[in-house]
Design a protein around this ligand. Structure first.
Ligand code: ADP
Ligand code: MG
Length: 778
């Protein structure tokens, strides 16, 4: 008894998924897990929940009275899809509801519930059997988000449990059905993974009619893809026949910028529009400008939310002076309209946009205007915007990235994959033939784009993954059925490290309260540990600066001109003769080789001087040297000049600066009792604070300890005496390897400490210890 509006009924019958309703429902009845693959826009998200609803699932009096749950990786899609399905079924928000972290419409009458996969994972920790649900639809599985992957792993176990229990007592416990939906055919990680699903689940392919899309590459790849997008949209709008334009950019700042420029050039309303239309437009714009407050904590990492830095808007952009006219728009001259000055209905779409503003992209544009949506990759597969004929693809996306070696997590803008670019192009061919303009050259596409994006789990340091899972009360990570399992040995190591850090209980393997707090921060667990332990005596601002620097990595230009000689040699040279060569004297040197050698020496000297200067706080720690330099950089106004003068990498310093701000904001919102901000005039730490900082550093790097070989050999005795660390071997605790203090360390030129902790271990012909801090005897 569904009562749909006639126009809705007509529209949905055109969706390819509706042609497969019988096949899909039959498969769901006969299998516990079913996989549905179908092109974006074929109707999976909006229709499959309705099939289940119409077949009686979730009906209070039926045999399957539990909710129909639908998970989404993104908030935007969660809310907009719930609204759309409610509208199509003619049901209220209480009946077709959504739940995202801080907002929900769920009620006792809820029948279909849309939620982010993060929300369901949290529910799982309270109700492992998911007894509320009769069916679970896991959507956008092709995205391979960590949460989605983990969810699929957990649910494969829940299925089995529910099946077993229901065989015992069918009245009380009903079996669970799971539908996994993907926009691509790449589902072998789910179907061929026996640990996950012992019987391969059936795959239903929905053959969506996809119209041809002409792809046009730029001849050259511009530096400024936002400016280039502006030019391209202008040309499309002025010269090409009607049809919506969809532009892919990387984040909120870029999107707002482009929307502003386009609106200025093509005002949204025709000259003679009514007053009421003007008021409406004004209200709509106000709606958009309300910015949704970024929530601190895990959810911040959901997608493109974290915006750092503000870009300049170039208002005087001159389209006509475009000499590099690559825009053969791919149309015959006589096909072209001239709609110059026609209104353009410009709408942004990104996840921090208020819901009402997001939903405007689905409404038909005002009469006589052209729809133009500027979106993040949320429009790639999660939401389908009607009437798009032209896609303009900047080719990039903002992605959560981890550097596996250093544990750095950052949001980076980089090229997407070929698969993603093709998805984007496909958005132009839903309703008729279309065109996709790629703002990069075909050479860049061929050489710089990966075939597919890697699953998120392969881009994360494993201890971060494990801590996240423990935070969801998944204790046995070793045998967890990951769709793409990490090596077991790495899982073991990660679990052990989390034990050392106090994040999990070493015997029960369960997360501690401390670990729970640690899991909130977007940095590797050992650095979160420092953050949380560093709260006494106003140390936190220092700890944040340290953690930011360690997360990004040593900001000093590595081995400045040291690489030309063996690290071992260089210090010896430094020792023997010490003739001071002034720079102008160098010019007089005839022999090139001598010249080069002397120049290297001079640079090296300056480099060391800079190191020594910054280590002033505590000459026995590279990490405190980082602290000093981060403070000095901020004090100098964060200039490139400062970087040049101090042998620093400007990009690294900029990244450290951003992370420092982000972490400070997160601490401020998660620990309301702490009053904290980034102080550009941060005073150097006091003696007491320095002592505490060393303890904090040790707490985070608890497993990164090395002891001098000769001290070990004499059972902790004094050992030998050395002038500097050149060729002095250290033994790593927890492994039997030998390593040496790297020449770039401030400790290299000093008498080497018996025990030290390191933040980075570089493996090579010789293992090098970097980011070193001497452990002082008590
Ligand atoms: P899929 O999940 O297979 O990508 P969807 O179910 O999201 O497909 O979309 C099916 C159709 O429903 C698309 O044509 C899309 O434009 C339309 N649609 C989705 N949400 C809305 C909405 N809020 N308003 C109008 N149309 C919508
Ligand atoms: Mg969908």
């Amino acid at each position: 008894t569904v009562n749909r509006k006639p126009e809705i009924q007509a529209a949905r019958l055109k969706l390819p998924v509706c042609g497969e309703e019988q096949v899909i429902m039959e498969a769901i009845r006969n299998n516990t897990v079913v996989i549905i693959c179908g092109e974006t826009g074929s109707g999976k998200t909006t229709q499959v929940p309705q099939f289940l609803y119409e077949a009686g699932w979730s009906h209070p009096e039926s045999d399957n009275s539990g909710l129909i749950g639908v998970t989404q990786p993104r908030r935007v899609a969660t809310v907009s899809m719930a609204k759309r399905v409610g509208e199509e079924l003619n049901l209220s928000e209480q009946e077709v509801s959504y739940q995202i972290r801080y907002d929900a419409t769920v009620s006792n009458n809820t029948r279909i519930k849309f939620m982010t996969d993060g929300v369901l994972l949290r529910e799982l920790s309270e109700d492992l059997l998911l007894t509320k649900y009769s069916t679970l639809i896991i959507d956008e599985a092709h995205e391979r988000n960590l949460n989605t992957d983990i969810l699929i792993g957990v649910v494969s176990r829940v299925l089995k449990l529910r099946a077993d229990l229901s065989r015992e007592d069918r009245q009380r416990i009903k079996p669970l059905r799971v539908v996994i939906m993907s926009a691509t055919l790449r589902v072998s990680d789910f179907t061929e993974n026996k640990a996950l699903f012992p019987t391969p689940p059936p795959v239903i392919n929905v053959n969506a009619r996809q119209f041809p899309v002409n792809i046009h590459f730029n001849r050259r790849t511009p530096d400024d893809h936002v400016g280039e997008a502006f030019k391209k949209v202008s040309k499309i709008h002025e010269r090409l026949p009607h049809g919506g334009i969809l532009i892919f950019l990387t984040g909120q700042n870029e999107i707002t910028q482009l929307c502003k420029r386009l609106r200025k050039k093509y005002p949204a309303l025709p000259q003679k529009s009514s007053n009421s239309a003007k008021i409406e437009e004004k209200l709509a714009n106000e709606l958009e400008s309300k910015s949704t407050k970024a929530e601190a904590g895990k959810e911040d990492l959901e997608d493109e939310d974290v915006e750092l830095g503000e870009n300049q808007i170039d208002e005087d952009f001159d389209l006509e002076s475009d000499s590099d006219d690559d825009s053969d728009l791919g149309f015959d001259e006589d096909e072209l309209d001239d709609v110059k000055d026609a209104p353009l209905h410009v709408l942004p779409l990104y996840s921090m946009l208020p819901t009402e503003a997001q939903l405007r992209v689905f409404q038909p544009p005002p009469e006589g205007t052209r729809l133009c949506v500027v979106a993040t990759n949320v429009a790639e597969t999660s939401v389908t915007i009607p009437g798009i004929r032209y896609v303009v693809d900047g080719g990039k996306s903002k992605e959560r990235r981890y550097d596996i070696d250093t544990g750095v997590q950052s949001f980076q803008v980089d090229w997407t994959s070929k698969a993603a670019a093709n998805q984007r192009a496909g958005r132009a061919g839903r309703t008729g033939p279309g065109h996709c303009y790629r703002l990069f050259s075909s050479a860049v596409f061929d050489h710089d784009f990966a075939q597919f994006s890697k699953p998120e789990i392969e881009r994360m340091p494993i201890e971060g993954v494990v801590l996240n899972m423990k935070a969801m009360n998944i204790d046995n990570v070793i045998n967890f059925p990951f769709p793409t399992p990490p090596p077991k040995e790495n899982l073991f190591k990660a679990e052990k490290l989390l034990g050392y850090l106090g994040a999990v209980n070493s015997t029960t393997k369960r997360i501690t309260e401390f670990g729970d707090t640690m899991s909130m921060f977007p940095i590797t667990p050992r650095f979160s540990k420092m953050l949380i332990t560093g709260q006494q005596h106003d140390c936190l601002p220092y700890v944040i600066a340290i953690v930011s620097a360690l997360s990004v990595g040593d900001p000093f230009i590595q081995d400045y001109h040291l690489d030309e000689t063996q690290p071992g040699e260089s210090a010896n040279e430094e020792d023997d003769d010490d003739d001071d060569l002034a720079e102008q004297e160098l010019g007089n040197l005839k022999k090139q080789s001598v010249f080069d050698k002397q120049r290297r020496k001079l640079t090296r000297k300056k480099y060391y001087q800079s190191q020594v200067k910054h280590a002033g706080l505590d000459p026995k720690s590279d990490i405190l040297k980082f602290l000093n330099v981060v403070g000095a950089y901020e004090y100098s106004g964060a200039t490139t000049k400062f970087c040049d003068e101090n042998f620093l990498r400007p990009k690294a310093m900029e990244d450290i600066r951003k992370l420092r701000r982000q972490l400070t904001n997160m601490v401020a919102s998660n620990f309301p009792h702490i009053n904290i901000c980034v102080d550009p005039q941060m005073k150097p730490p006091s003696k007491l604070q320095l002592k505490l900082l060393r303890q904090v550093i040790t707490a985070g790097l608890i497993d990164c300890v090395a002891m001098r070989q000769d001290v070990l050999d004499t059972d902790g005795g004094k050992g030998l005496s050395f002038k500097n660390a050149n060729n002095v071997p250290y033994k790593l605790m927890w492994s039997d390897e030998v390593a040496y203090i790297h020449p770039s360390s401030i400790l290299y030129g000093q008498s080497p400490p018996p025990v030290l902790i390191y933040s980075e271990l570089f493996k090579g012909g010789r293992n090098w210890l970097k980011g070193v801090t001497a452990v002082e005897p008590k």
